[in-house]
Structures are given as C-alpha cells and as structure tokens.
Design a protein around this ligand. Structure first.
Ligand code: MN3
Length: 248
C-alpha cells in the first residue's frame, strides 16, 4: 500500500469509518462537485475525516494541536451550525449557499458555517512533508502567481503580512475574484471571502491559514510568525492548483 493511502486508511480506521459504505458517509445530499466543502449525512453536516494521521504534519504542526483542532474545535462548529439551521430553509442548503446568503447579524450561522467551511478547506490544503524540499506550485497556478505577484516569494510575503497583521483571531486567504484574478486578504473570526453580504474582498478561497491561537499556541505560544513560516512546508499545492482551476 502506498504511504498516502496507508495514512488515509489509518485516519479513516481511527475514526471508525473504514467499514462504512461511502454512500452512507456522504449521504444523499452530499454535493457531487469535489470542490464543494461541507460534508453532509442526510441533512446534517458531519466532520470530514482527515486525509492523513494527526501526527503526520509533525514537526510543523503537532499531533495534540491537530487532535484538538479537528476533533474539538472543528467538531463544535459543526454541532453548533446544525443546531442553528435545524428545521430552517438553510438546513437543506450546501455550505457554500449558506455562506453566500448569510448576513452580518446572523452570528451563530455566520460563525459556525464559516468555521466549518474554513477548517474543511484548511485540512485539504495541508499535506505531510515527504522530502526536505519546500513544496512548490506548478502549471497554471504558478503562472498566475508569478503574473499577479511577480514571484512565488512575493506572494508568500504578502500572505505572511496578511497573516501577521490580522489582529486577534482570523484567517489569511489566497482567493480568486470574479475577474478570475488572484488576491490576498484576511478576515476576522470565522468570516471568509465567500460571505458576499459581509466581507469587502470577495471570491473563492483556494488557500487559507488559520491564525486563531488554538491553531498554534501549544507549540508556538506567542510566536505566530514562526507558525506562519512553518505552514509553507505543508502546502498541498496539487490540491490548491485544482481549486484554482475550478474557481477560474
Ligand atoms: Mn481553527
């Protein structure tokens, strides 16, 4: 078995999902589009399993942080979201549709739908380190980054600044706007660029970094900049590249 498949199988097995038929995990309301996030079983959102083991991102992100972040924080957003939309119109919608229509004052839905989407994307765009080489984007995505930011390093610099200067809790994003251009932004709390009724810079996020303290405090304490630097070792550029092509 290839290492990647092994990790995936282990992660699924550890969650007790290994003998569950795929149709039952995904349920009939799960959208078919692979780039839609927000795993559903029947009408309830469920915690998506990781594609790797909790300790697979070591030493950059530690096992305990991953266990708590995925199993407690992300799980809580999903429980709270399900409770907030139960027996409402939103209960039948995809996560993306909810983000599209949610308004500023709808705090429980805004925070928890955002939390569910943001973390689902975050787990997808991370991958275990396979070599000592810093992972790099390729193809169309690399071309677009170089044309928009002059170089990959300049893009990272701008993204790092957005991550470092986000005061308090929030996220930094690389997204594709309605003109199909890449842009970098940051949002507070669990907001994201899909919330067109709420945030100013809107688009489809293809890469996101969680800068809430719960994402890094156990290992990095107050050193957010070190966590941001470590993040670039873990990027699944293949996944980000696919999301770029789907978004544009
Ligand atoms: Mn988080």
């Amino acid at each position: 078995m290839k290492k990647r498949n092994f990790l995936k199988t282990s992660a699924l097995a550890s969650m007790g999902l290994i003998f569950t038929p795929v149709s039952q995990i995904f349920g009939k309301t799960q959208p078919l589009d692979a780039y839609t996030l927000g795993l559903k079983k029947a009408d309830e959102f469920v915690l998506p399993p990781l594609d790797y083991a909790f300790d697979a991102l070591e030493p950059h992100i530690d096992k305990m942080t991953m266990e708590i972040h995925h199993g407690k924080h992300h799980a809580a957003y999903i429980t709270n979201l399900n409770n907030a939309i139960k027996e409402t119109e939103m209960g039948k919608m995809t996560l993306e549709k909810i983000l599209d229509i949610v308004k500023e004052k709808e705090s429980p839905i805004r925070n928890n739908a955002g939390g569910h989407y943001n973390h689902s994307l975050f787990w997808k765009i991370l991958t275990p380190v396979s070599t000592n080489k810093m992972p790099q984007p390729t193809g169309e995505l690399l071309k677009a980054i170089e044309s928009r930011f002059t170089s990959l390093d300049k893009m990272k610099e701008q993204f790092n600044d957005a991550s470092k200067t986000r005061f308090g809790s929030g996220w930094a994003w690389l997204s594709v706007n309605s003109k199909k251009e890449l842009f970098i932004s940051s949002t507070a709390n669990q907001d994201n660029p899909l919330m067109i009724q709420i945030v100013k810079e809107t688009g489809t996020p293809i890469l996101g970094l969680d800068v809430w303290e719960h994402a890094y405090y156990l290992k990095y304490q107050n050193k957010r900049a070190d966590y941001i630097a470590a993040f670039w070792n873990l990027i699944n550029w293949e996944e980000v590249g696919k999301r770029y092509l789907a978004a544009k």
